[in-house]
Design a protein. Structure first.
Length: 118
């Protein structure tokens, strides 16, 4: 009986975890020296994880997502930390609402790119 209860709880937690994560979309971005591969993003309101790869930049890079009015990153958008050459990291879950945002890497450095949520 204990084994059956354990299996039921494990199944429930796995299903709940999958249901929770299935509404989060992953946006993949590659950084090469001085640029991101995507120069604009048009998204719908929702929850996102940004997956950033350092493609042959000979230094650590980062990801900085913010509103145009702010110099601070959005909540969870900087959770990936520094990204070493050849490595890929993910941000935390970032919830985006209708509006305009900017993403860049001040370490690479890259231009400020536009992200629009409609």
């Amino acid at each position: 009986m204990k084994k059956l209860a354990f299996v039921f709880i494990a199944l429930f937690l796995t299903t709940a975890s999958f249901a929770q994560s299935s509404d989060v979309q992953v946006i993949k971005l590659n950084q090469t020296p001085g640029v991101f591969d995507k120069t604009t993003l048009d998204l719908k309101p929702g929850k996102y994880i940004f997956e950033i790869s350092n493609e042959n930049v000979k230094q650590d890079v980062g990801f900085w997502l913010r509103t145009p009015e702010s110099d601070k990153p959005l909540k969870n958008s900087d959770k990936g930390g520094l990204i070493k050459t050849g490595k890929t990291v993910r941000t935390g879950v970032v919830e985006l609402t209708v509006g305009t945002y900017t993403y860049s890497c001040p370490l690479n450095p890259t231009p400020n790119y536009k992200l629009t949520v409609k």
